[in-house]
Each structure stands twice: as structure tokens, then as C-alpha cells.
Write a protein that binds this ligand. Sequence first.
Ligand SMILES: [Ca+2]
Length: 217
Amino acid sequence: MERCYPVIVTIGDGVSSTASALIVTVRATRVGFGVDSDGDGFSDIAELATGSDPADPNSHVLGKPLDDSSVGALVLSKTQIKLNFAKANNDSVKIDGLLALPSGFNASNVTLLIDVGGIAKKLTLNARGQAKLGNDSFQLRPVKRGLAAPAAAKFSLSFSKGAFAGMLDASSGLSNADLAPVQRNVAISLAFGTGVQQKTQVLSYSAKKGKSGVASE
Ligand SMILES: [Ca+2]
């Protein structure tokens, strides 16, 4: 996402001065955590994690840079993030929600980019709206073949046995520390087809240093 702002810069040494007009380009990251070098809306971290080129604005699941008209709200019903600080590769994310679908939606071979607080995954759906890759899974239901596609479908996603704690600490403050329930905001995005649906979910986070942390509604 790129916006341009005109700026007038005046430089003086106390005797004389000169003014010059500059255009400053601000690139806001819309999906994922960290900088977005090519201005397509997807963070470099999300692009590298999902196999697209962070220097090419047309290289990612949408195939074109994001604009405001292709960003919509995501409806979530349940979010749970569990971090295990005692055992490596044992973090998990589970999210249930409702995904808006374009008219005529056919799940077969639809590639989905999911970003949860900087944890980015790419999954490809089968005709039944399901995807499974390693320890990650996604399911849309119901997506009935041969019937008019619904305007929205419930979804469930699960990432398990992951190393997510470092990223979720950096992006969302899910820290390895002793914390009584504290409020934390986790940005969640699902991108497919021509757009992105996203929500910054407010979660309650509790943790015991060196042991575990749990964030949920
Ligand atoms: Ca990018």
C-alpha cells in the first residue's frame, strides 16, 4: 500500500535559504509484520515465508498490489494461541471464523495466504475447501460442489508444532515473561483471490516465564 505526500523542505544557514519540493512515499504494510519493500501491501517476512518475491509487487497470492478496495473485515469467532517456552517447536494457533466468498467461488486450487501476528503460511485448498500441509490445516465448510456458492463460509485453521513464540513476541507482545492476564492485539489476515480479509483481534494473554503462554478471547 503506497501513498505519496508532497513535502516542502527549506534549508537555511542564517544568511540565505533555499526551498525545494519533495514527494515522500509511505509504504504501509497491510498484511504481516515488518517492512514491505515493494509496496504491494505484504510484508517482506510474509513474502519470504510463503515463497513470493519481496522485491516484486506482483509476486504473491493476489498477483497485484493491494489497494483499499480489496481489504475487508474478517469475522472471527474463536482465537487461541498456545506458546510452549519449555519445549521447542511446540507452539500452536487455532482460529475459527467466517470468511466472505466472492460470487461463483470455487475452492479448488485456491491459494490462501494466512498471517497471524507475522506467522505467515500459504495453503492451497482442494475442491472441498480443505488444505493440509505438514502441521498446518485449513477447512472451509460447507462448500458444496454443484450448488450456488454461498456468500460466506465458516472456517477453521490450525497451525501446530511450530516455533512461533519469537515472532509473536516481536509483533504482538506475547512475551516469555510472568504475565497475569494482559490485553494483546494480534493482527490476523487471510488473502486469496482478489483481496484480503483482516482483523486485529484483542486477546487476553497470560504467561509463566520459561513455561507457557496462552492468548484467547
Ligand atoms: Ca511486499
